[in-house]
Design a protein around this ligand. Structure first.
Ligand code: GLC
Length: 505
């Protein structure tokens, strides 16, 4: 039987901004339960919950203080169990977010490490080092800006590849691996269907902490170390120790341009899937997108499974990335249909189905992303794609909350994107419904010649997906079949910024 995770559509829930049931301006599990119908009507197969564990929220949950509980602002374990039951009853799988690279500096292990002496077993769970005089131990940089090291009062430094409130674990210490074995089992025992894994590629650091000269974008000493495969195999064995019919799965957040490396992490005894981020890095250009998909084909051909993604809580939303305004939105619709035609699982980030653009003009004092804070305001950060959803046209919070305001302020124009009557939502629903029948599971991307460098077409099974990026309207060859879904109205030739699906059947 074909496993569900190979060609599902998963809805990403950024819980804090999804729906608030308690009136504090912060989304929560109760709000998600009330709105599960939205996911069912959209036609997705499951949801991924961003981290909802107890956390001081410096990086909104990616700073975990307790891996086995629920953040009180979001609910509790009973509420989580109810959500799981209701989601499963509605036919939806539930993935949690595993954050194994680092924990919050509020985590009891890190607090114990601070109190313990240099060289103690407590410090060995993290990456404490001596500095070079007053300078950090090496030149590594945090992804959020500034050095990747923070000094503690006794003079030692600890490694933090992200915020200084997120301390990197020492994965060469068996205690760390054992702790995460228990965490994975804890949530599998509670009935979840899998994990999205946060920055798994960075868990192991090069042994000698060699300086990185910064000339390459990705620090090779903090990414892609060979010992990672042992950790993936260990988790896979845990997943497979459960009833096979549950088809538990892992999807890794691996940002890499190295396709061989990506494929090597997705063997039958390692991760089930990884996101293919290269696609969302491409501009609205047929040649660039085709090159990206050709690279992906190499991974698919090796028998590996990919997860497609155009939006998430870390990147600018597609309508804004593709130029903004009506044209940006139209391109975003076309990109969505293109993505949904690809072989693998597709991820839809909350608000994407509403056509939300990036909120670029948040007031400075409202911004919360550590990237904004650590860069001294030179990097706008990611708050603009995390603004709470508009459910209705009614201010002040557009159906998000009964509070007067939400944790990140929603702009006045948000009501125009409300779920009710939303045109993007109609397109997504129709595409998701058609996808099940039009595109068979699996396979690779077989490109078709279009005779134009601004038109991209590929076949899967009996169906064809055609995207006209720009230029004149494109006459469809009759032998490709007839239109069964479209990202915009098509009456004859396909206009620019449009994707159509054709089926010969
Ligand atoms: C991942 C998450 C991002 C988070 C970072 C550190 O990239 O997607 O939101 O800030 O890891 O945990």
């Amino acid at each position: 039987m074909r496993q569900w995770w190979r060609d599902a559509v998963i809805y990403q829930v950024y819980l804090r901004s999804f729906a608030d049931s308690t009136g504090d301006g912060i989304g929560d599990l109760g709000g998600l339960r009330r709105k599960l119908r939205h996911l069912v009507d959209l036609g997705v197969d499951g949801l991924w919950l961003n981290p909802c564990y107890p956390s001081p929220q410096h990086d909104h949950g990616y700073d975990v203080a307790d891996y086995r509980d629920i953040e009180p602002a979001y609910g509790n374990l009973d509420e989580h169990a109810r959500l799981l039951d209701e989601a499963h009853d509605a036919g939806l799988r539930v993935l949690m977010d595993l954050v194994p690279n680092h924990c919050s500096t509020d985590h009891p292990w890190f607090q114990a490490a601070l109190k313990a002496a240099p060289g103690s077993p407590e410090r060995e769970r993290f990456l404490f080092r001596e500095g070079n005089g007053d300078l950090p131990p090496n030149s590594w940089k945090s992804s959020f800006g500034g050095p990747a090291w923070t000094r503690v009062p006794d003079g030692q430094w600890y490694l933090n590849l992200f915020d200084s409130s997120q301390a990197d674990f020492n994965w060469r210490n068996p205690e760390v691996a054992e702790m995460f074995d228990d965490v994975v089992r804890f949530w599998f025992d509670r009935g979840i269907d899998g994990f999205r894994i946060d920055v798994p590629d960075s868990m192991i650091k090069q042994k000698d902490f060699r300086d990185h000269d910064g000339s390459r974008r990705v620090n090779p000493y903090t990414h892609g170390q060979p010992e990672l495969h042992d950790i993936y195999r260990r988790w896979r064995r845990i997943a497979e120790s459960y009833d096979q019919t549950r088809e538990l799965s892992f999807v890794g957040e691996i940002w890499t341009g190295d396709m061989d490396h990506l494929a090597a992490s997705l063997t039958d005894d390692e991760l089930h899937q990884a996101f293919y981020f290269d696609l969302l890095l491409q501009p609205w250009d047929a040649t660039d997108v085709r090159r990206s998909l050709e690279n992906a084909n190499g991974v698919l051909r090796a028998g590996r499974s990919l997860a497609w993604v155009l939006n998430n809580h870390d990147v600018w939303r597609t309508p804004s990335r593709y130029g903004g305004g009506e044209l940006g939105l139209r391109r975003a619709h076309a990109a969505a249909l293109l993505m949904l035609a690809l072989p693998g699982t597709a991820y839809v980030y909350q608000g994407e189905e509403l056509g939300l653009p990036e909120v670029v003009d948040l007031p400075d004092q409202a911004r919360q992303d550590p990237r904004w804070i650590r860069s001294g305001g030179t990097d706008l950060g990611r708050d603009g794609c995390r603004v709470p959803l508009p459910w209705t046209p009614d201010p002040p919070t557009f159906g998000f909350s009964t509070a007067k305001s939400s944790w990140l302020p929603q702009p006045d124009w948000f009501g125009a994107y409300a779920a009710a009557g939303n045109p993007t939502l109609r397109i997504y629903r129709a595409a998701l419904a058609a996808r099940r029948t039009v595109f068979p599971a699996g396979g690779e991307i077989a490109f078709l010649e279009t005779g134009r460098d601004d038109v991209l077409a590929f076949r899967r099974g009996n169906a064809v997906s055609v995207t006209v990026f720009g230029g004149d309207a494109y006459e469809l060859p009759a032998e490709w079949g007839s239109v069964v879904a479209a990202s915009a109205e098509v009456t004859g030739a396909v206009p620019a910024a449009t994707t159509v699906w054709l089926s010969a059947a």
